[in-house]
Design a protein around this ligand. Structure first.
Ligand code: SF4
Ligand code: SF4
Length: 88
């Protein structure tokens, strides 16, 4: 099963935290949306290493990231935001 990180935006947006974005080993994969005030994952770039889960659980203590199989990802926004340039 191919799993990727998924941010619970309802939790993350209640924090002022961007910690996970500094630790993902893949460039431009877990990013911060200043409009929604939440981290999000570019699903098509995530390698499933789970480093961000450890950062959010252990360092940030917000427990906002879970690993999900790609079939479970319902929000196409996350994939589009990471792979398609936003309109100006
Ligand atoms: S570490 Fe957790 S709470 Fe902090 S920005 Fe990442 S997902 Fe949000
Ligand atoms: S699981 Fe790994 S590759 Fe995917 S967003 Fe988290 S730290 Fe980045």
């Amino acid at each position: 099963m191919y799993v990727v990180a998924h941010v619970d935006t309802s939790i993350c947006s209640q924090t002022s935290c961007r910690l996970c974005t500094q630790y993902c080993p893949e460039a431009n994969t877990i990013l911060y949306d200043a409009v929604r005030k939440t981290a999000y994952v570019a699903v098509d770039r995530c390698k499933g290493c789970e480093i961000c889960v450890g950062i959010c659980d252990t360092l940030a203590k917000h427990h906002a990231i879970k690993m999900l199989s790609v079939e479970e990802i319902e929000d196409p926004f996350e994939m589009a935001k990471g792979s398609i340039p936003s309109p100006a």
